[in-house]
Design a protein around this ligand. Structure first.
Ligand SMILES: NC(=O)c1ccc[n+]([C@@H]2O[C@H](COP(=O)([O-])OP(=O)(O)OC[C@H]3O[C@@H](n4cnc5c(N)ncnc54)[C@H](O)[C@@H]3O)[C@@H](O)[C@H]2O)c1
Length: 381
């Protein structure tokens, strides 16, 4: 029988992720009703009162703040959820941890490895519960991929291949920086596609295939100067528009990763494929309920890629939703992460990836950027 233990949330940042997380907090009560802990939308913080008020009214937050430091100082907040651009993650997370709050932080942890390490140290020193929103792990098809790999069905792994392709920055007149375009400003984002998109691919890869030991990367900035929204001046562009890297995994497999915002025709094509001795799997975000699987043990005349519609009750998370055959979407990955976080409070376990686990992704991103800058292989482990 579920008992009601409140987890009072203070959310900072009312953009894209502010909405996906709020939706997660609201939905979890309906779809994971047996859980003891229930999120309570206590306060939301935006820089302007009108924006915070509008968001609070839309999503049901009880109160608003316009200064995140005040939100952290409140006695009626248990957990701080960081949904701001990357340059603010470290300062907020460290302050929240020092105030004894649990911290749920958007990815990537921070702009650089060093900055991320400071966050991990603060969180571990404070001993507070934490998680990082690498939400793709919690799409049922991706979780099923993890279960298949862990069962040993693929045998020895030879190859890991991942892409994350977009096309929204090709226009040379697109400005950089400021509201909505902070991803184009290296001072705020830390990097371009490496921290923004490849971080997702790397997190999934580390989870599915283990640690990366060495990397060799190349990056390119196709448009070298853009008007900065905040200054009005034409300024150099410091982010990587595209990045490709090859790597070696600790398990002996070879990795190939590519990300760009210049792949005309692609909005958010995140794909991965893993080739093992006995079987292969591949997945595509555009068809997120499906996992493709090739099993070399199949009868020779029937051998081929099978397309598994991951919507049945015995597949990950799917007993929570509708009836077999009916798919779920992107937003459900956030509901699942909220549910797993609530569960970790009940069991005393952790909700992966923790800050410590997510640090490894920043470590790989840093090695990738350093490798591209120096034109040399970089060793991580
Ligand atoms: N997990 C994912 O799939 C995923 C997807 C998109 C973004 N993200 C991450 O989430 C974070 C936010 O990205 P987004 O797409 O939501 O950006 P966004 O621009 O849509 O939203 C960021 C919000 O933060 C607000 N903000 C900025 N400074 C603030 C301050 N001092 N106090 C309060 N609010 C402030 C902005 O006004 C904006 O509303 C980034 O770290 C990004 O990398 C993760």
């Amino acid at each position: 029988m579920a008992t009601n233990k409140e987890l009072r949330i203070g959310l900072i940042g009312c953009g894209f992720m502010g909405r996906t997380h709020s939706n997660g907090y609201l939905r979890v009560k309906n779809f994971f009703p047996e859980q003891q802990y229930k999120p309570v939308l206590k306060a939301v913080c935006a820089r302007t009162e009108s924006k915070a008020r509008a968001f609070a009214d839309q999503w049901g937050y009880e109160s608003i703040e316009t200064d995140w430091k005040k939100l952290i100082a409140r006695d009626d907040i248990d957990a701080v959820d960081i949904c701001t651009p990357n340059d603010m993650h470290a300062e907020i997370a460290i302050a929240a941890a020092e105030a004894g709050k649990m911290v749920l932080c958007e990815k990537p942890l921070a702009r650089t490895y060093e900055e991320s390490l400071g966050m991990v140290n603060a969180i571990e020193k404070a001993g507070v519960k934490n998680t990082v929103w690498y939400n793709y792990r919690r799409l049922p098809a991706v979780t099923l991929a993890k279960q298949i790999i862990d069962s040993g069905k693929l045998g020895r792994i030879f190859h890991y291949r991942a892409n994350f392709l977009q096309d929204w920055t090709i226009n040379a007149n697109l400005p950089q920086g400021g509201e909505g375009l902070w991803r184009m400003d290296a001072a705020v984002a830390g990097s371009g596609v490496t921290g923004d998109l490849l971080s997702h691919c790397i997190d999934t890869a580390l989870w599915l295939n283990g640690s990366i030991t060495t990397v060799s990367a190349m990056t390119e900035t196709f448009v070298k100067e853009r008007v900065h929204q905040l200054t009005g001046n034409v300024q150099p562009v410091g982010i990587d528009d595209a990045c490709s890297f090859m790597c070696r995994f600790k398990n002996g497999s070879l990795g190939l990763f590519e990300s760009t915002r210049y792949a005309r025709g692609h909005k958010a094509l995140y794909t991965f494929e893993i080739n093992g001795e006995n079987a292969s799997i591949r997945w595509d975000l555009h068809d997120l309920n499906r996992l493709e699987f090739f099993d070399n043990a199949d009868q020779s005349v029937l051998k081929g890629w099978r397309s598994i519609h991951v919507t049945d009750g015995d597949q990950p998370y799917m007993n929570r939703w509708w009836v077999p055959g009916l798919g779920i979407g992107y937003e459900h990955s956030f509901v699942h992460q909220v549910a797993d976080f609530m569960q970790s409070l009940e069991t005393g376990g952790s909700c992966s990836p923790t800050f410590r686990e997510a640090l490894e992704t920043n470590q790989v991103c840093q090695a990738v950027l350093d490798s591209a800058a120096e034109g040399a292989w970089k060793t991580i482990h």
